[in-house]
Design a protein around this ligand. Structure first.
Ligand SMILES: Cc1cc2nc3c(=O)[nH]c(=O)nc-3n(C[C@H](O)[C@H](O)[C@H](O)COP(=O)(O)OP(=O)(O)OC[C@H]3O[C@@H](n4cnc5c(N)ncnc54)[C@H](O)[C@@H]3O)c2cc1C
Length: 521
């Protein structure tokens, strides 16, 4: 899409992921700015992009979009191989994410609240039910009524361990506010939980909850403050592990978020251009003056006194010379923790609840083990978990009539994702778990697509601050994204949206966070 773009704008935004599109929607609609968003990929959405199966018509183009948008690639463990899937039209009618993907808070999060500000709809569907597989992969259906009518405790814990687990839970509640949680920003989850309980199972549970929120497996790399902020927001919105702990987007997948905000930019007279790779941010005498971009093979210069860069920090440093940025800013940007997702999307003839061998499991259930590969096997940093959702029973428009889409996702660290042997170990274990938990699933399988990425959710290191949204050394240069903003209080999709609000506010001097419910400010 190469729109006829103007020579000059008030604001140029580099990248049309969630942060760029949110910042653009606010600046154009609420501040009357003339906005241009330039997106390198052939489609918008960034790391939260998604694909309609029938839109995948060429393997090379799909691989390129996956890499440019989401820094992800297709594993050769996919079956059949990608060209065969395309040739046989196996993916037709499915909605595919750029890896494993779910969102917090269903339609009650800041993403949905923000879309509503621009009269755009939200299409998240929550999980209902949760099956937890313990160390030995024995399942417990959480929340199931016991015979005497009381909720059963977590079956893999003794009463003592359960009480210790609840004790940590109560301490989180006692923290109470985002401001209080911020005081624990530089305490690791490991240290914080270890200071409260000696029960191994209680600790493991809270480490697992931490990983569930951040996808950082090692509790020594997770910040207690960040985890408690998410916990408090979950609490406030009324979703919980059994209902809405993860929500999935209906068709066309999570890309709908960015499409909503990008449409709002266009509604307000702004331009959004794909296949437009920014090569340089022009900086003269300490002031941003525009960008040089390659649009449909042509090099063009576009002027603006405000430029917002939404690339992940390591990519951002390739675009903006380090010597123009403060040393501490560069150090923080380089120290950001990159998480990875090894994700399998499976086309099945039956939903997982019909395969799991457990009576009365809600078809919209979420399945989880924190122990796909325990850390004590010495292979990975932290326990490698496995999260599973039957997307098509939760969000029915993600699979064609009569077919099912299951998602399996394991988090590892970004550098581990580049070790093919390690990735194959994760895939082998996912298949082994599936054999155990969903006997007969291979007879129902029509295709499986494995993807891996090295830049999923980005987190500040627990000892660091977040990178700020305003460049301290270049006037008119700003940043937005899931790692930018001193007061970003969440990661991932929600964090990127939060950062978009903070960035737009910094540019105009207005506090747009007031437009969101208090817990999300
Ligand atoms: C596989 C995967 C699974 C994930 N799962 C979850 C999840 O379950 N829950 C959750 O909350 N979060 C998840 N995340 C993280 C979430 O998607 C990101 O945190 C969020 O989308 C980041 O948005 P952003 O706007 O900050 O950055 P990005 O989406 O990275 O946006 C940057 C944009 O800049 C573009 N770009 C790059 N270079 C240039 C250039 N030179 N010129 C122009 N444009 C350029 C990119 O194509 C991209 O569109 C996942 C991410 C991945 C990759």
């Amino acid at each position: 899409m190469s729109a006829a773009i103007a020579k000059e704008y008030d604001v140029i935004i580099v990248g049309c992921g969630i942060a760029g599109s949110v910042a653009g929607a606010i600046l154009s609609n609420k501040a009357g700015k003339k906005v241009l968003i330039l997106e390198a990929s052939s489609q918008i959405g960034g790391r939260a992009t998604s694909f309609r199966g029938e839109g995948i018509t060429e393997a090379a183009a799909f691989r390129k979009a996956l890499m440019t948008s989401a820094r992800s690639w297709v594993s050769d463990r996919s079956e059949p191989d990608l060209p065969t899937m395309i040739e046989k039209k196996l993916l037709y009618g499915y909605t595919l994410e750029a890896g494993g993907r779910g969102s917090w808070y269903t339609n009650r999060g800041r993403v949905s609240q923000a879309l509503a500000l621009f009269n755009k709809a939200s299409i998240f569907y929550p999980n209902v039910g949760f099956v937890w597989y313990d160390h030995d992969w024995n399942p417990s259906v959480l929340g199931r009524q016991s015979l005497d009518g009381r909720k059963s405790k977590y079956a893999w814990m003794s009463d003592e361990d359960y009480a210790e687990m609840a004790k940590v839970h109560m301490r989180k509640l006692k923290v109470g506010t985002i401001e209080e949680a911020e005081k624990l920003d530089h305490v690791t989850l490991k240290d914080w939980v270890e200071g409260i309980t000696e029960s191994e199972l209680a600790r493991e549970f809270h480490y697992a909850m931490g990983t569930f929120q951040t996808i950082v497996n090692d509790p020594a790399l997770n910040s207690a403050g960040e985890n408690i902020k998410v916990f408090l927001q979950v609490q406030e919105t009324g979703v919980h592990i059994l209902n809405g702990s993860w929500a999935f987007a209906g068709s066309p997948g999570h890309r709908f978020i960015t499409e909503g905000f990008a449409t709002a930019v266009k509604d307000a007279g702004g331009d959004v251009v794909t296949n437009a790779k920014v090569k340089e941010v022009m900086i003269q005498d300490g002031e941003a003056s525009g960008v040089v971009a390659e649009i449909d093979g042509k090099t063009v210069e576009v002027k603006a006194s405000t430029v917002v860069c939404t690339l992940p920090p390591k990519e951002m440093l390739k675009l903006i010379p380090e010597n123009l940025l403060p040393a501490e800013f560069v150090r923080l940007a380089k120290n950001v923790i990159h998480t990875s997702m090894v994700a399998g999307q499976f086309g099945l003839k039956k939903p997982l609840n019909e395969l799991c061998g457990l009576d009365g499991v809600d078809p919209r259930s979420f399945y989880h083990t924190s122990m796909l590969i325990p850390e004590n096997e010495g292979l990975f940093r932290g326990n490698v978990p496995l999260d599973i959702g039957n997307m098509s029973t939760i969000a029915p428009s993600t699979a064609p009539e009569g077919k099912h889409l299951a998602l399996m996702a394991s988090s590892i660290l970004g550098d581990e994702a580049h070790d093919k042997e390690k990735v194959n170990i994760v895939i082998d274990r996912i298949l082994k778990f599936s054999d155990h938990a969903f006997p007969g699933w291979r007879d129902e399988l029509e295709w499986m697509l494995f993807t891996v990425g090295d830049t999923c959710i980005l987190w500040r290191h627990p000892e660091d601050e977040w990178v700020d949204v305003k460049c301290p050394t270049v006037e008119g240069l700003y940043f937005a994204g899931d790692t930018y903003g001193k007061r970003v209080n969440e990661g991932g999709v929600e964090g990127a949206a939060h950062s978009g609000f903070i960035c737009a506010g910094e540019i105009t001097g207005k506090d747009y966070l007031q437009l969101l419910p208090p817990i999300f400010r």
